[in-house]
Design a binder for this molecule. Sequence first.
Ligand SMILES: Cc1cc2nc3c(=O)[nH]c(=O)nc-3n(C[C@H](O)[C@H](O)[C@H](O)COP(=O)(O)OP(=O)(O)OC[C@H]3O[C@@H](n4cnc5c(N)ncnc54)[C@H](O)[C@@H]3O)c2cc1C
Length: 458
Amino acid sequence: MQPDQHVVVIGNGIAGITLAQRLRARSDCRITIVSSESALHISRPALMYVYMGHMRQQDITPYPDWYWKEKKIELVHDLVLSIDFDQKALKLQNGAFLAYDQLVLATGSSAVYYNWPGQHLKGVQALISLQDLELMQQQTIGIKQAVIVGGGLIGIEMAEMLQSKGVEVTMLVREKLYWSTNLPEQEAKLVTQHILNCGIDLCLQDEVTEIVGDEKGNVRAVKTKSGVELPCQFTGIATGVKPNIAFLKNTALEIDKGIMVNHFFETSIPDVFAIGDCAQFKDPAPGEPALEQLWYTGRQHGEALSAILTGTRNAYHRGPWFNSAKFLNIEYQTYGFVPRHWDDLIYSSLYWEHPVKTKAIRLFYERESGILKGINLLGIRFRHDLCHHWLQEKYTIHQVMEQLPAVNFDTEFFQRYEPELLKQYYQQYPDRQEPARQHTWWKLRHRLSLFSEKSDNN
Ligand SMILES: Cc1cc2nc3c(=O)[nH]c(=O)nc-3n(C[C@H](O)[C@H](O)[C@H](O)COP(=O)(O)OP(=O)(O)OC[C@H]3O[C@@H](n4cnc5c(N)ncnc54)[C@H](O)[C@@H]3O)c2cc1C
């Protein structure tokens, strides 16, 4: 890419800033990021810690002003109202126009509401942006009860945030168990019980019909389909997110739920690309979703597009899936593919759960070939590089079990729980012999050349 080219990025979330940073490392071109939420990039998954007082707002702003000046990346804190794709120019809210040679749309997502009566009352809101955090801080001062609508990852974060301020929280969840849309039943049961044990009430298999206000227009209760009325002074909406594409409707750009892209992040318009939460793959790889609204994915998109824009025209390939989150104080990590239910003729799994029910491991594999397909971890951490390697190199469950002692991050697990998973394995495969030698992480890391940087670039 020539230095006289101007790349403009809309959105300073993880996708937009990763693209700009990696592009700067590879090119002297002019780079401008335009974003409306905040002048500087903020770490969105850390918003909850600001609310709970674990961090200050400046702590979730990882790159200060001088960093961007030093990198010669121009920042424009403004809203893009529209794009003239023929003239290759953005119209900003401040009235100015900004011309581009290449445009990257990294506009992220916003909350989904389902037109419930009362959803615009004071005290009803989602948590996506810095402005939402500030609003939530104001709207929850001195309140006693809150209802969170939706049983997903943002919902449980909102519940934890409110509970940290002494608010009584009820989560309204449509399914039989918390997050059973994603977790297999055993994990979903464990997490559901943990939420209840932590003092958060769960109203399961029920859904909102109306949000009720008082005479001043403040929320007073949530009414549900089963006829329950849950009193509350705050209602958190956590029923999913949708790409931020409203300002792109009625333009020549091809959009569906998100901005349609191919595996080079190219949109239907030349020199216009889309990455992160707002990008929707026209032709997703088998087993991969068209839209993947996750932090790690946004970062991978940014990295991959920077290479494409600077001449390494490799189609984006996500590689083994990874995600992490937490359910109150239970950490959750998932690698590869672990569906919520499966055909026992095709797949099998080894599942171990600690009797205190805050730790669990699932190794999920193809029955016939034994090839590991995915790993779910609750309350236990495995070594990322090794899990990635197992999945990337299509290890069988038998090879994985041989290396199991090397994967744990948690010496407590190594000393006390690993034999239980092995015991299950030997019961399932009585003809298998215990390996003669135990692998240790450091030796294995050298033997397999597993180093974070190398696997990150894969
Ligand atoms: C509370 C919360 C917790 C989360 N926790 C996790 C987690 O633990 N793990 C995980 O993997 N994911 C998590 N996510 C999801 C993750 O944060 C997102 O997938 C990721 O931030 C998306 O990055 P992005 O760069 O695509 O977009 P965003 O981070 O959404 O950034 C897009 C930016 O573009 C700006 N913008 C949009 N339109 C315009 C316009 N017209 N003009 C100017 N600017 C515009 C927006 O204001 C926004 O600042 C969480 C999300 C939330 C809300």
